[in-house]
Write a protein that binds this ligand. Structure first.
Ligand code: ATP
Ligand code: MG
Length: 394
């Protein structure tokens, strides 16, 4: 058979590329022909799945003459047939106007000014539509530093509100007026395809808020979605941006990543995208020690146990998680000191203090768990090495 002339080969390659592109939806762009409105029979959300208090808030806002929608995680989870963690409402009423509609309402937040409407133990969060960050917008009540949004209280329309959200599946609006779902960004198509995709230019959106990289991993594992290649590709390259995020915010993200039932998958995905190193550099260095397969299985086992406990509705504690994740750096440092003649108890005490201190620069934990004794003296009996050393260290 004759070899294909190079022109023919590139034509075939072009054709194959086109074939693969055919089923793929173009990345959403602000101001395109959307929104698409999905009437009640075209989506899976029924009022019976919505919290009564959330419905009260929606109806009360409508009665007062404002627009009112459910948005974000609750619409996404309802569409997947899952029970939402909470219900977020969005409206064109400004915070002070929201406060005037509800007696049981408190305004909170500086970075995002929000209203909390209290019903006993349930809080319904009500936000005002906000506009997308643009380069010209660095005045007013928006504060942008090095591309990062520090304060964002510029109100906008529902469409502007949709474009500033993170992922397309997090930007669907359930309209209480006609029970439809309003989609400006192609979120319903991504839902059907199981695709997690940032709205707009992925690199720009990660620069604006690097925590979106962690959210990409968290939602992909939780929903069983695939991160779109255009959003996955920049992750290892942009991972160091997490160094600019306040350690307290990273602690909150770590808790969500590792104490929500998907710890093991998140751990593997974070390592895959070089994100884990940004959160737990000391642990990551130990995990890459090739002459010892033990630490990798220890952390994975502890995370697997955590997931199992959550699945069985048993309580889980952040200090156990941190003890498991930091155990190996503590052990290595302590054993090195013991080899130099330091007493075992002193060596472990010093190592746990040093490691917990250093880790606090990356994920600042609350006081209650930041004492090395709280962390390393309280490991579960199942984690034998940590228990033995942890107890002896305290
Ligand atoms: P979960 O079920 O984990 O609470 P969620 O989608 O509700 O998921 P939240 O952190 O509660 O996540 O945020 C609510 C909504 O606010 C998101 O769905 C998204 O639309 C928007 N959002 C939150 N964080 C960001 C962010 N960093 N950048 C852009 N939009 C965000
Ligand atoms: Mg939420």
């Amino acid at each position: 058979m004759n070899p294909l002339p190079s022109q023919g080969l590139s034509a075939i390659l072009g054709f194959v590329k086109k074939l693969f592109r055919k089923g793929e939806q173009a990345a959403p762009q602000a101001g395109s022909t959307l929104p698409r409105v999905y009437a009640r029979p075209e989506h899976g959300i029924s009022r019976s799945q919505i919290s009564e208090n959330a419905l009260k808030v929606l109806y009360r806002l409508r009665k007062a003459g404002y627009q009112a929608y459910l948005v974000g995680g609750c619409v996404r989870d309802l569409q997947l047939g899952r029970e939402p963690k909470d219900f977020d409402v969005v409206t064109d009423a400004h915070p002070e106007q929201i406060k005037n509609v509800f007696r049981n309402c408190r305004l909170i937040g500086r970075r995002f000014r929000l209203a909390h409407v209290h019903f006993g133990r349930e809080i319904i969060e009500v936000a005002t539509f906000r506009a997308l960050a643009t380069e010209e917008d660095e005045g007013g009540d928006r504060v942008v530093e090095n591309g990062r949004i520090l304060r964002d209280n510029i109100y906008g329309t529902i469409e502007e509100d949709a474009w500033r959200r993170d992922f397309t599946v997090n930007a669907l609006y359930y309209n209480i007026q006609d029970f439809s779902v309003v989609d400006f960004v192609g979120g319903m198509d991504d839902h059907k395809a199981g695709t997690l995709r940032l709205i707009g230019d992925p690199e720009k959106r990660y620069h604006e808020d690097p925590v979106r990289m962690l959210r990409a991993v968290r939602f992909a594992t939780k929903l069983g979605f695939l991160i779109h290649p255009s959003c996955a590709e920049p992750l290892p390259r942009l991972a160091p941006l997490l160094g600019g995020i306040p350690a307290a915010r990273l602690y909150d993200e770590v808790v969500k990543l590792f104490l929500s039932g998907y710890a093991l998958q998140n751990f593997e995905q974070l390592r895959h995208y070089d994100l884990f190193h940004q959160l737990f550099p000391l642990t990551d260095e130990c995990l890459s020690l090739e002459d010892n397969a033990y630490p990798l299985t220890f952390v994975a086992k502890a995370l697997e146990n955590t997931d199992k406990r959550i699945a069985e509705d048993k309580p889980v504690a952040p200090y156990f998680l941190f003890a498991a994740l930091l155990w190996e750096p503590v052990r290595i440092q302590a054993e090195a000191a013991i080899a130099k003649g330091v007493h075992e108890i002193i060596a472990y005490q010093e190592a746990s203090a040093d490691v917990t201190d250093e880790q606090a620069d990356y994920t600042a934990y609350p006081r209650s768990i930041s004492q090395p004794c709280a962390m390393f003296g309280s490991c579960s009996p199942a984690s034998k090495p940590a228990t033995a050393a942890g107890r002896s260290a305290c």
